[in-house]
Design a protein around this ligand. Structure first.
Ligand SMILES: [Ca+2]
Ligand SMILES: [Ca+2]
Length: 664
């Protein structure tokens, strides 16, 4: 890929830094080492507390082992026991070996020394995260099952912009204004909606979504009509159970919710009084509530927040006793055949938006758009599940959706995805992957598969199965998820949902009690590999998933040498090789020298070349290397420069052409 640049006499003084020359200051490294010394004691301490907590709570009442807090404590506690026994056995073996060696018994000493090394090595390998998560799907790559949904069936959009997520991981909170850029998030959502619908602007994109929904629900080819209600399901599972907002836990991004509401109010002309944000079995914390309700726009102030705890403006969820939720497996609610109901904020809405997190989950493997429907279920018979929350609890469902369950087994998530009042009523599926995490109640973390950076992603789809399938592929490729996204049944719910009319388990899924089986809820498949990230429709087939832009953040579908994220940041077309972020931003004379400044993708190989002036104006084949290889730091859009020393005085034939070559 080449860009031709002619030197200019315009001496604009662009002050671009060359990122490649920046170095980590030594003081910072010292500080990091100190923090680690503290952390080396914090982990065993947390482990000890977890063991005590587990024993104190579970021994008197073993059923408590299923409580969320104990499920969270158990892995920490068991890891601590493994760690402690590893150290004890290893140390004992080492001492025994030393004693035998002193006695001259070298073979025996060698055996004990080997035990010491082996145990220490085992301990080390279980505590240092491995290469990647070990969930291995049973279906071969690019083997679509089910029927794609949406205007463009099976389409999933993945927008990635690391400039939106600027938290340093230490100071303040990830959702603070300076750490999560509202304008950048607004742009990401707008881009996702326009790419999903292939429309040029936001009003046209929303109109396409509403018309598609109404056409496919027997309501005619009409858009949003004033007065229709919209409910947004968010996932507040962490609130009150551990790493909530206050401890930088995995929670919905207030900025993304503001973007969605802004679109609904300003683009679709929905009234704030017709919008509800809910999670019926959890609390809604101040960082979200206040951000929305202190907005100067009265529509934001009118949004209703429905939760499990009332007070401070939050509204308690109310069960709609005319709308049952039927689970196909009667064992789901064994205690006196409890019946489940939906909240009124759902049943009175015309449309739902499913806004899920990007996270693995210790019990389910993943928590995406499917599992997000937990928090919409009320049990009217007290079966003594924990937490009871007035009946708003997903606990009776837990054992039927575990990642350790075999493939081809019943999964209650399919009943939720297929219920006419839940998944069946959903206009749009979104995944808030701005700050991803590794479990339901843990703090946000930088993913290694994202260059050890925040996930900085928003995903959108009209296909409930396709979007979760992409999430599964993203998470199973992330080493930090390895302990959670593992087990034989991680994507069982997607196999069942994709083939809901004839599921592998043979279950008769009919959550709305219509007498008729569900049909396919969407399309499922796995990408070809973690490097190229291509699904069947990306490979030219007419079925399966279409991930846009093809290949995800690091993909380069048009082969212009610039990855999709660099193209997003530069607002260029990732499908057009002539539309590229590689461009000259300034060529300026500095005394006898000429400074060439250009934008390119970090991590690529750039080289400035020059050719003498020529009269015809046509291309020249006489370009020669001028600069050494320049590789800007990072993986995304970067500005860099090269100073052509003496370039202004050493000017052949009164003119000179520069170009930047990307590649070898
Ligand atoms: Ca490209
Ligand atoms: Ca391009």
């Amino acid at each position: 890929m080449k860009n031709h640049m002619k030197p200019s006499t315009n001496l604009s003084s662009e002050n671009d830094e060359n990122a490649a020359t920046t170095r980590l200051k030594p003081e910072r490294r010292v500080e990091q080492r100190r923090r680690w010394r503290w952390a080396s004691w914090a982990l065993p301490f947390v482990g000890l507390v977890s063991v005590l907590w587990f024993l104190i709570r579970v021994i008197p009442k073993p059923s408590r082992a299923t409580y969320p807090c104990q499920r969270a404590a158990f892995p920490v506690a068991s890891a601590f026991v493994v760690w402690l026994s590893g150290i004890v056995v290893s140390t004992l073996a080492y001492r025994k070996a030393r004693r035998l060696a002193v006695q001259g018994r070298y073979l025996a000493a060698g055996l004990f020394a080997a035990v010491a090394v082996a145990v220490a090595t085992t301990y080390w390998s279980t505590t240092v995260p491995g290469a990647r998560a070990d969930f291995v799907p049973i279906d071969p790559i690019n083997s679509p099952m089910g029927v794609g949904k949406g205007i463009y069936p099976g389409r999933v959009v993945w927008v990635h912009d690391p400039t939106a997520t600027k938290w340093n991981g230490v100071t303040g909170h990830w959702w603070d204004e300076q750490n999560l850029d509202q304008q950048a998030v607004d742009k990401m959502l707008s881009h996702a909606l326009r790419t999903l619908t292939a429309e040029q602007n936001d009003p046209a994109a929303w109109n396409a979504l509403f018309r598609y929904y109404n056409r496919t629900h027997g309501a005619g080819d009409v858009g949003y009509r004033p007065g229709e209600k919209i409910a947004i399901k968010i996932n507040l599972n962490a609130e009150g159970y551990g790493a909530a907002y206050s401890s930088n836990g995995r929670m919905p991004s207030p900025q993304l919710i503001q973007s969605i509401l802004g679109q609904l109010f300003n683009t679709v002309q929905v009234s704030g009084s017709n919008v509800t944000i809910y999670d019926a079995s959890r609390a809604i914390a101040d960082p979200l509530y206040n951000r929305i309700h202190t907005n100067a726009n009265p529509n934001f102030q009118r949004v209703r927040f429905v939760a499990n705890t009332t007070g401070n403006g939050r509204i308690g969820a109310v069960a709609d006793l005319t709308n049952r939720l039927h689970f196909a497996n009667s064992s789901v609610a064994p205690a006196n055949h409890a019946t489940a109901y939906l909240p009124t904020c759902v049943t009175e809405a015309t449309y739902l938006i499913d806004l899920a997190p990007l996270s693995a989950h210790s019990m389910f493997g993943v928590t995406a758009c499917g599992k997000n429907w937990f928090g919409s279920v009320c049990w009217r018979t007290n079966a003594n599940y924990f937490p009871w929350n007035g009946g708003w609890t997903p606990s009776p469902l837990h054992n039927f959706g575990l990642r350790s369950n075999p493939m081809n087994s019943y999964n209650p998530i399919v009943d939720l995805m297929g219920h006419p009042q839940l998944g069946g009523k959903t206009l749009l599926f979104l995944v808030d992957g701005l700050y991803g995490s590794d479990n339901a109640i843990t703090t946000v973390l930088r993913y290694r598969s994202f260059g050890t950076n925040w996930t900085a992603s928003v995903l959108a789809s009209q296909d409930a199965v396709a979007i979760d399938s992409v999430v599964v592929d993203i998470l199973r490729n992330e080493p930090l998820m390895a302990s959670n996204i593992t087990g034989q049944g991680v994507d069982n719910y997607l196999h069942e949902a994709a083939q809901a009319g004839s599921p592998p388990s043979g279950t008769f899924y009919d959550p709305g009690v219509t007498g008729t089986r569900l049909t396919s809820l969407g399309v499922h498949e796995h990408w070809n590999n973690a490097t190229n990230r291509l699904y069947s429709r990306n490979l030219g087939r007419s079925e399966g998933i279409e991930l846009l832009p093809a290949g995800g953040p690091n993909g380069d579908a048009d082969g212009d040498g610039m990855n999709n994220t660099a193209e997003y940041q530069a607002s260029t077309d990732p499908m057009d090789p002539n539309s590229t972020p590689l461009r000259s931003t300034a060529i300026s004379r500095q005394g006898n020298d000429i400074l060439i400044t250009w934008t390119t993708q970090g991590g690529t190989t750039n080289r400035v070349q020059a050719a003498p002036g020529f009269t015809s104006g046509s291309g020249s084949s006489t370009f020669t290397n001028l600069s050494p290889v320049v590789v800007p730091r990072g993986s995304y859009l970067a500005s860099t420069n090269y100073l052509d020393v003496g370039g202004a005085t050493n000017m052949p034939a009164n003119s000179k052409y520069y170009r930047v070559r990307v590649g070898p």
